[in-house]
Ligand binder design. Structure first.
Ligand code: SAM
Ligand code: SF4
Length: 355
């Protein structure tokens, strides 16, 4: 390695966490991320609402990035190696649905074989995980985060457009059996959609002995229909759980922890409340993101992105690549503007940024 250093931005935040989206494609159509139709994007309106035209049922065509624009696994591994020389020690592979990309386990293996990443995790909707779990574990995956927004088959399908509840439950079991722990399960809580399931999701966490993280809905949906009124504030989620279960606070594991953490009763489960809208944690953010087409995003809500792919494909040395990453990090925004009049939703949805 040619350059030693640290990734620090102008606000003196040190970057340790790189989230890598390896595909913008997904087989789910979550209403809050990548809705399939205008009707699904406008989930809060009745399907009979006069505001929805007949065309609202027509499938939205998503223009996936062509393969030539997507970083190869070799390019991604090189970026990880160079970033780690600058202090990055936490990698999360995400998407889109990362397990739709053929050979994800070989990327995990290449990153793991670098021998320098302390925490190598993956976020998945669970649909392909059961058939790949063992390979991923053998390749060096250390833990997994799965997404589960409803415990009701019909509601799960309404939210995700896919009949995947059984797969995700199987995935949780398998992840446990393979010790891909701590297992985190994400639920995006949306008013009128799944907020009535908050307590049953907490109860599920107890039964499965997992970390259930309830997340506020963020304005990163491709349908661009997000409204503040759809957000269930973290404090409200917490109060609801507290009214049914006894919760005691757990200490933050690091300064850049995004969730407030709670032990639940005497169980081995944990509840995490992630409230980026009502309680932003930007001041301690230690993350940057790499999109599948090779752009660095210094914030989920960045309006500008920085091209690393052309730097790599134009033959940059490791030293030049490291200098470019340092330069980019220096431009990291102070924080997001949700809730302010100047807020502008980024062009990319969560599915093509990588959550
Ligand atoms: N497809 C995988 C999955 O769903 O787990 C990985 C990618 S997904 C973009 C990563 C996480 O982002 C998921 O847990 C998902 O629930 C969350 N997410 C997507 N859109 C969101 C939004 N608008 N607000 C909050 N969380 C969102
Ligand atoms: Fe796909 Fe994940 Fe977005 Fe759902 S949240 S549409 S599973 S990328």
């Amino acid at each position: 390695m040619t350059q030693r250093g640290v990734l620090r931005d102008t606000y003196n935040r040190t970057i340790r966490d790189l989230r890598i989206s390896i595909t913008d494609r997904c087989n789910f159509r979550c209403t809050y991320c990548l809705p399939d139709t205008e009707e699904a994007a406008n989930f809060y309106q009745s399907s009979k609402s006069p505001a929805l035209k007949a065309s609202a049922k027509k499938k939205i065509i998503h223009n996936w990035k062509p393969k030539s624009e997507i970083l190869s696994f070799e390019e991604i591994t090189r970026i990880v190696k160079v970033s780690s020389s600058l202090g990055v020690n936490k990698i999360r592979i995400t998407g889109g649905e990362p397990l739709l990309r053929r050979g994800t386990e070989s990327l995990i293996s290449s990153i793991s074989n670098l021998g320098i990443i302390e925490d190598l995790s993956l976020t998945s909707n669970g649909s392909k995980f059961p058939s790949l779990a063992k390979k991923l574990k053998e390749a060096g995956l250390t833990r997994i985060t799965l997404s589960l927004d409803s415990l009701n088959h019909k509601n799960f399908r309404r939210i995700t457009g896919f009949d995947g509840l059984d797969d995700i439950i199987e995935s949780i079991q398998l992840a446990k059996a393979l010790d891909l722990t701590p297992i985190k399960v994400n639920a995006v809580i949306i008013r009128g959609i799944n907020d009535h399931e908050i307590e049953s999701l907490a109860d599920f966490a107890i039964r499965k002995k997992i970390i259930m993280r309830m997340i506020e809905f963020m304005p990163l949906d491709s349908g661009r229909t997000w409204q503040r009124s759809h957000v269930v504030p973290g404090q409200e989620i917490l109060n609801r759980i507290k009214s049914k279960f006894s919760l005691s606070p757990l200490p933050a594991q690091s300064i850049s922890e995004t969730a407030s953490r709670w032990a639940i009763g005497n169980s081995e489960a944990e509840i995490g409340i992630i409230a980026p809208v009502t309680n932003p944690f930007c001041g301690n953010c230690n993350r940057i993101r790499l999109t599948s087409d090779g752009k660095i995003r210094t914030c989920l809500f960045s309006l500008n992105e920085h091209d690393l792919k052309s730097t790599i494909r134009n033959g940059a040395s490791d030293y030049q690549l490291a200098s470019k990453i340092k330069e980019i990090v220096f431009k990291k925004e102070a924080g997001h503007q949700i809730g302010k009049t100047e807020f502008i939703q980024p062009k990319r949805s969560m599915s093509s940024i990588g959550g």
